[in-house]
Design a protein around this ligand. Structure first.
Ligand code: BG6
Length: 476
């Protein structure tokens, strides 16, 4: 639809950006923090870069001041479970509680709303040893962690996100380093969807607990949602795209919003003898968890064609690529899209299509909790020129405005990432931030912060409430 006039961004639109604890904080075993599955794994293999990351643990004041300088209304960060409960269950670490109190208070002192992700890929290592999400007790472990967070931070944190990208944990857990398979697992799909089921129940119970303990707070899921296109208008390709849309996207949101399994996914799981087992009370718990809004991460769309049932899944697929599943769907490289230096497709219009589709399905307010460009940035004479990032972000923000004009209720935009941090599996060389961190993969250098060109540009965008997306900016 081509609009003659565009609606403005709402006055209270939440401009900000995101990070996650294990990728930005460092101090991975400091002040009583227990290791997480990520610290044990190390990214990339054999380095100790997670020990330091962007060192935000020691520099949060400087980082939040820079976010305030950009005019952030919101900062999305995650709480490290093993920093506040080192063993995952049991004793609470006062130093860990204090750290997030400091971060939250620092945000509020700068009029920045804290948007807290409760779980972002970093299961405490102690719980990993006990089977992680494969253990049915994981639901109670998570609920206890949620209660500790609500008790300690609920007086000041009004926006919560449950589990970051649960769909990616399920679809590409080995790439992110989070899938724990109990010894003797024979049906990997069944085991994976049983773990997924535990996460869904944990999420539903956490949403209900939040409403009970913090009646003024709002809570929602944070999956990675991107529309799946059919490779052609062949009816078989449409069915394939519907299949992957269900398995990649709608399973997670149908469950969060309606408390029910998506029917296409359920029949797929039946086909593979992989339907999850419900514990007593699970169906009620799933029906009783209601989100107040939907948070979602968007990087790009996926495209699928019909599968003839013979091809193999692509084991090298990353978070954004359709792996394929024989007889169900087959991944397809969209020839209409360019890709980033790291091979991720770029599709701003697909962002609008995704927002439109999500809103017409669920009718809840939505906030973008991630979107951004991973690139090799370089620091030259104290400056980082990243016109490619400005271009990418401008094109995506433009599409949010179009979606708002289409009637989609958008609450805010938190691109990835506020500051450079460690990528999930491509180390420090793949940077996303508005703030450059002076370190290399294996050389910690000064860890000083530098404002990238995109920093000044985003500041202007926020000041104009999204009206001025032109590539120029003022260096102050
Ligand atoms: C999302 C994750 O999948 O994408 C982030 O929530 C991640 O944790 C981001 O960093 C970008 O992915 P990558 O692999 O480039 O770090």
């Amino acid at each position: 639809m081509i609009h003659k006039t565009l609606k403005p961004f709402p006055e209270d639109f939440l401009w900000g950006a995101s990070t996650s604890a294990y990728q930005v904080e460092g101090a991975n075993l400091e002040d009583g923090k227990g290791p997480s599955c990520q610290d044990v794994k190390k990214v990339p293999e054999g380095t100790s870069e997670l020990d330091v990351c962007a060192d935000q643990y020691h520099r949060y004041k400087e980082d939040i001041a820079l976010m305030a300088e950009m005019g952030f209304k919101v900062y999305r960060f995650s709480i490290s479970w093993s920093r506040i409960i080192p063993e995952g269950t049991g004793a609470v670490n006062p130093k860990g509680i204090e750290y997030y109190n400091n971060v939250i208070n620092e945000c509020l002192a700068h009029n920045i709303i804290p948007l807290v992700t409760m779980f972002h890929f970093d299961m405490p290592a102690a719980l990993d040893k006990r089977g992680s999400w494969s253990n049915p007790e994981s639901v109670d472990w998570f609920l206890n962690f949620a209660k500790v967070m609500f008790e300690n931070y609920g007086d000041r944190v009004k926006y919560w996100l449950t589990i970051n990208e649960q769909n990616m944990l399920t679809l590409v857990g080995p790439v992110i380093g989070t899938l724990t398979l109990p010894e003797g697992t024979t049906n990997v799909l069944k085991e994976t969807y049983q773990q997924n089921h535990h996460m869904l129940v944990a999420q539903a119970k956490a949403m209900a607990l939040c409403h009970q303990m913090l009646p003024d707070a709002k809570i929602g899921p944070a999956p990675n949602i991107s529309l799946v296109y059919p490779a052609s208008c062949k009816p078989e390709d449409i069915i394939a795209a519907q299949n992957y849309n269900a398995i990649r996207n709608w399973l997670y949101l149908d469950m969060a919003v309606f408390g029910k399994y998506n029917n296409i996914v359920w029949s797929y799981l039946e086909e593979h003898d992989a339907v999850p087992t419900f514990a007593p009370g699970d169906a009620e718990a799933l029906a009783n968890g209601h989100p107040d809004f939907i948070g979602f991460n968007y990087y790009n769309t996926a495209t699928c064609q019909a599968s003839d049932g013979t091809e193999k899944a692509d084991p090298g697929a990353d978070q954004q690529t359709a792996r394929g599943d024989a007889g169900f769907y087959r991944g397809y490289r969209n020839p209409n899209l360019t890709v980033t230096e790291f091979g991720w497709e770029i599709d701003p219009i697909g962002f609008r299509a995704t927002m439109r589709e999500m809103y017409s399905r669920y009718r809840l307010p939505m906030i973008v909790t991630e979107n951004g460009l991973g690139a090799y940035d370089t620091l030259e004479d104290g400056r980082v020129h990243d016109p490619y990032r400005i271009d990418y972000l401008a094109k995506h923000i433009e599409q949010i405005r179009l979606a708002i004009t289409d009637g989609v209720e958008m609450m805010g935009y938190c691109p990835w990432s506020a500051i450079d941090l460690i990528s999930t599996h491509e180390g420090m060389k793949k940077r996303y931030g508005f703030i450059y961190v002076d370190r290399e993969e294996f050389d910690l250098k000064t860890l000083d912060r530098y404002r990238k060109d995109s920093f000044y540009w985003y500041k202007k965008v926020i000041a104009s409430n999204g009206e001025d997306l032109s590539p120029d900016f003022k260096v102050e």
